[in-house]
Each structure stands twice: as C-alpha cells, then as structure tokens.
Write a protein that binds this ligand. Structure first.
Ligand code: FAD
Ligand code: NA7
Length: 554
C-alpha cells in the first residue's frame, strides 16, 4: 500500500501505490530511484526478466552503443561514475547491460520491479484522479501517477513478407535476439536492413558465416567509429573532468560534450572545409557530426551536400568493385536526416569479401519467402537463416501498445490518430497524471539519450514534488499549450532537412503509420531551458487541480 495512505490517513484515496512506472531501462530505473527518494511508494512493471531495456533485448552480434561510453551512463550520482569503469570508447551490449544491472543492485532497485510482467491496459478515473493499470496476467493496480518509460526503440518492426510461415530455415529479429549463442559458421545467412543495427551485424558476421547475403533498400552514411580500449590514464583524465563534461553535455544540442570547429561554412574555402572534415573523419563517431554546429549541418542544404559528397568519396575508396560501391553510396537523403550509423569494423570493406554479397532490393524487390529462402523480383536466394535488422515501430509503438484510456474514455490511439500530440513530450491533454519519459515531441532520439532521460526524470520528479507540497492531485496539459507545442515542433522540423528522408523519425518505415516528424529538433539545451521556465512558472500550460471526488468532499 501507499506510504501516504498508510501514514497520512487516506490521502492516497485508496490507491495501491503512489506511482506506477513501466519499463526498467535507463528511464524506468532512474525514475524509480528518484521517486523512492522522495518517499513515494513506486511499482515498476517490466516485460523482460531483467533490467536493461534496449540492452537486455538487443543482444545481436556486433551490438554496441554509438554514444561514447563515458557519457552513455548516469550523471546524477557522482559515486556511480567514480566506481564504474568502461573498457572501450564505445560500450558493447553486454557491458551496458552489466552496468545497468550493477546500478539496479547498487541502488537496491530490484525489490520494486515486477519482472516478466507486461502492462496491457491503463484507464483513468476522473473522480479519484487515479489510473488503474492492468497487466497481462490480470493484475490490476491503482496509482496516482502513471509514468511510461517504455522506450522510443523498443517495439520491433518486422515487415510482413508473404511465405515466412513456410520458410524452413531459422529466422531472428535483432531486437529479440536469443540468449543462447547462434552459430553462423556453416550457414548461408541473409540479413534484411542496413540501418545502424544492420551495419553492426554485417560487419561482425561477414566472414563468420559461410556466406552472408545483404538485402539493402537504402544505403546509409556510415562514419568510422574509431573504437579502441580506454586506458587507465585516459580514464583518470575523464574522471578528473567529469563535472565539466556533464555540464557541457547538458548544455549542448545533442547531449554530447563536444565542441564544433565551425558554426557554419561561411567564408571557408572548399579546401578548408575538406580539411576540417578529414580531421573529424580521423576522430570518428559523433565527433564527425560536430565539425560544424549540428543544427547547421541539418538545415544548410549546401553544407550538408558537401559533407554527404565527402562521405560518398570515402565509401568509393573502401569498396573494390565500382558497381558494388555505387550501390552502397547514399544519394536519396541528406546526411544525418536519418539516424547516422557508425562503422565499427570495416563495414564497407566487408563487401570486398567473396563470402559477402549485396542485393539492392530497390532494383529487385523482395517478393516473398519460399521454404528455402528469399525470392526477389529476379532471383531466388537459398538461405539457412534470415536476420531481420528492420528496426522498430519507433517513438509511439510501445506507448500505443499500452492501450491507454484517458479522460472521457478517449484512447491514446484515437487521440494520436493524426500523429502524436503532446505538451513537451511529457504530458497529453485528456490524459491527466500521465507522464511519458522520452515521449514524442521531446529531444529523445536526437540526443545522447541518458542526458535527455535524466532531464525528463528530474523534471517529472520535481513536478510531482510540487504537486505533493501544494496539495494538487491532478495535472493535465492544456489543449492550447499542447497545440502550440506541436506546431512549434513541426515548424522547427520543416526548417530542417529531416523531411527529405524516409526515416523512422517520421514513422515512414512502418507501412500505414501516420507520417509526422516526432522528436523535438530544437536541441536539448533549448528544450531544457523551456522546461525549466515552465516549472518556474508553476507549470505554465498545465492545469493543476484536485480530483472531482476530493473537490466534492471539500
Ligand atoms: P528502453 O531501454 O527501451 O526500455 C524500455 C523498457 O520498457 C523495456 O525493457 C521494455 O521491455 C519495457 N516495456 C515496454 N513496454 C512494456 C509493457 N507494455 N509492459 C512492461 N514493460 C514494457 N541511444 C543513445 O543515446 N546512443 C546510442 O548509441 C544508442 N544506440 C542504440 C542502439 C540500439 C540497437 C538501440 C535499439 C537503441 C539505441 N539507443 C541509443 C537508444 C536507447 O534505446 C536509449 O539510449 C536508452 O537505452 C532508452 O532507455 P529507456 O529506458 O528509455 O527505454
Ligand atoms: P532502422 O534504422 O529503422 O533500419 C532498418 C533497416 O531495415 C533499414 O535499412 C530499412 O530500409 C530496412 N527495411 C525495413 N523494412 C524493409 C523492407 N520491407 N524491405 C527491405 N528493407 C527494409 O533500424 P535499426 O535497428 O538499424 O536502427 C534503429 C535505431 O536503433 C538506431 O537509431 C540506433 O539507435 C539503434 P530503409 O532505410 O527504410 O529503406
């Protein structure tokens, strides 16, 4: 039972817990910790049988984080980054999972988490300003605050190819990879997809499988990651400078503490731009994107095309066969208008191997699966195993799967029929006391996500603290504030190059999904300032009040 209900004689209005949080990844773990520190009784539901979220599910060969390890972690507790030491510049999936397991133990979080429990419904009750959350095994729990931490990239997307049921080989989705080792050594493997995940998988499995056939629909701009072990001296240096690193990361557009060389290309010669890009190419990773201010790269078509052409030349240099090289060269979208992938292990050079081949499914679309493999418009490919690296129903997929019913019986699915409508990505009109961590129209996937997650968790925790102190038990985004926020986000996106790519940022990867640019593209730094101002103005744009039952009782 709720502390409040037990200790304060029924202020909890008969709720079972003060807060329900769904998901035990980076977001859910920190949310749990913060609210427990504030004295709330919190229950977390997690579908998986362990903490970790993304890093629990995505255990495919080559799975790694593109954010640098020293900033892909929590900053809120100095002891955590004093005690933990990353082994490489970019952490591999098992190491991130181990980190999150360690944090869960270190902060004693597990006792509040119900594992292997999927939330399948949630209904708001206006009279008591409470939510009833339902799980797949029939449990119902009443809570005052309902917080989703279900992840932007957690509902896998698999295209519905005809004939898959009759396919006699094995098939896997990278985001639901088995816990047991998969042996490729004697197998003819096919992989569909060349996004960040496909690129990691192909680099790792090319050469390990008897033959790897890559089915590519859109080529991508992969930039070398330049991964390496972190040595003790370098780590000492990072530790000594952590305060500065976090401050710069929090105060940046992308949640990364990197300086950019130039704001724009104005006044620079082509040779000077190329020299900057070459230096950044050697540094690798997201530092390449910071050669120029990232917002400028994504809004100046000429500069973007210059950078895109620079990368295209690099791709051609790495691939021996000119015809294959041309297939790997992206021309249909601007650089970084889709999530820019990293090349960890000679991705492009993998295609120089005799046991790796490339099929352009734009030229020759996949028609169906057969019992033996994949049939495209002009060939049959015999495959022992097919790997779907086809991404996610991103941004809204896991949220809508919760089957949330708000005020007046309106479902979130109905409300978002024409695309998500939120205020700050944190609240939605018609859904009081529902907080969405990394929700649509917040910076989320356009950042180094732990930074955006911490900002959301802290804002929500402060907001709840404010409600508790001031005696409010109901908060809801107003219709006007929400409409303005959606308009603002759309306007910012329209002034950038994002609309020129068919990306999951816009829902374009899932057939039939409403296409609208979903993350807030104005930068984490600006977003944080806006959120802070709104909190200072006592939650401007939100209606705060008492539950109907409480008001009547008054
Ligand atoms: P998640 O980690 O997705 O956790 C959500 C949890 O909610 C999951 O455990 C899920 O099981 C649970 N859940 C969902 N629905 C339900 C339900 N109905 N009932 C119960 N439980 C539910 N971000 C970066 O910043 N940098 C990177 O380089 C980077 N690389 C990535 C690589 C991959 C392969 C993927 C998939 C994502 C990557 N991300 C990266 C994004 C990554 O998702 C975030 O960084 C972060 O891990 C998100 O944490 P989260 O807790 O918000 O969500
Ligand atoms: P992505 O980036 O959505 O990549 C999915 C890939 O699968 C991409 O190349 C798609 O081609 C391809 N795809 C999807 N459907 C099909 C069909 N029907 N036929 C052929 N090819 C298809 O997902 P990732 O997992 O790589 O990355 C998502 C995030 O996870 C990433 O940002 C990291 O943070 C980790 P398309 O480009 O749509 O033509």
């Amino acid at each position: 039972m709720s502390n409040r209900e037990t200790d304060a004689g029924g202020q909890g209005d008969g709720v079972d817990v003060d807060a329900v949080v769904i998901g035990a990844g980076f977001s859910g773990l920190y949310m749990l910790h913060r609210l427990r520190e504030q004295g709330l009784d919190v229950r977390v539901y997690e579908k998986g049988d362990e903490v970790g979220g993304t890093w629990y599910w995505n255990r495919y060969p080559g799975a790694r984080c593109d954010s640098e390890s020293h900033i892909y972690c929590y900053s809120f507790d100095e002891a955590l980054h004093e005690e933990w030491e990353w082994s490489e510049r970019y952490p591999e999936q098992p190491e991130i999972l181990e980190y999150l397991q360690w944090v869960a133990d270190r902060l004693d979080l597990r006792r509040s988490i119900a594992f292997e429990t999927e939330v399948t419904g949630a209904t708001y009750d206006e009279e008591t300003a409470s939510w009833t959350v339902e799980t797949a095994d029939g449990e119902r729990v009443r809570t005052r605050y309902f917080i989703t931490a279900v992840g932007c990239l957690s509902k896998p997307y698999r295209p519905d190819f005809e004939g898959l049921d009759d396919y006699e080989g094995e098939w896997y989705h990278t985001a639901r990879w088995p816990h047991e080792e998969v042996d490729f050594s004697d197998e003819h493997v096919g992989v569909i997809g060349t996004g960040s995940t496909g690129i990691q998988f192909i680099s790792e499995v090319g050469g390990r499988a008897k033959h790897l056939t890559v089915f590519q629909r859109t080529p991508n701009y992969a930039v070398p990651a330049r991964n390496r072990p972190l040595d003790a001296d370098e780590y000492e240096d990072i530790r000594a400078n952590y305060d500065d690193i976090w401050e710069r990361a929090r105060d940046s557009r992308l949640g990364m503490p990197f300086d950019h060389d130039h704001q724009t290309d104005f006044g620079l010669s082509d040779a000077e731009i190329r020299e900057t890009l070459e230096e950044r190419w050697q540094q690798g990773g997201f530092r390449f994107l910071h050669a120029f201010e990232p917002g400028t790269v994504l809004s100046d078509p000429e500069l973007n095309e210059f950078i895109a052409e620079f990368i295209r030349e690099k791709i051609r240099e790495q691939v021996d066969d000119p015809e294959t090289a041309e297939k790997l060269v992206p021309t249909d979208h601007p650089y970084a208008a889709k999530r820019p992938p990293m090349d960890y292990d000679g991705y492009y050079e993998t295609f120089n191997r005799d046991d790796v081949s490339l099929v352009d499914v734009n030229e020759s679309p996949i028609e169906r699966f057969t019992p033996d493999g994949i049939r495209t418009a002009d060939a049959d490919y015999d495959l022992d195993m097919v790997v779907f690296a086809t991404g996610f129903d991103a941004m809204t997929g896991a949220l809508l799967a919760l089957d949330i019913e708000g005020r007046g019986g309106q479902t979130l699915e109905e409300k978002w029929e024409a695309g998500p409508h939120t205020y700050l990505g944190l609240g939605t009109n018609g859904f009081p006391n529902l907080f969405t961590i990394t929700g649509p129209q917040s910076p989320s996937v356009l950042t180094n996500m732990p930074m955006a997650i911490e900002q959301h968790v802290e804002w929500i925790a402060d907001c709840i603290e404010f409600m508790e102190t001031e005696g409010y038990d109901r908060i809801e985004a107003t219709e006007d504030a929400e409409a303005q926020w959606v308009q603002n986000t759309n306007m910012l996106a329209e002034n950038m190059l994002f609309s020129e790519a068919k990306s999951w940022y816009r829902g374009a990867n899932v057939p039939g999904k409403t296409q609208v640019f979903t993350p807030f593209p104005g930068g984490l730094d600006n977003y944080r300032e806006i959120c802070d101002r709104i909190a200072r103005d006592e939650y401007d744009g939100f209606d705060l009040g008492r539950a109907t039952a409480a008001t009547t009782a008054d």
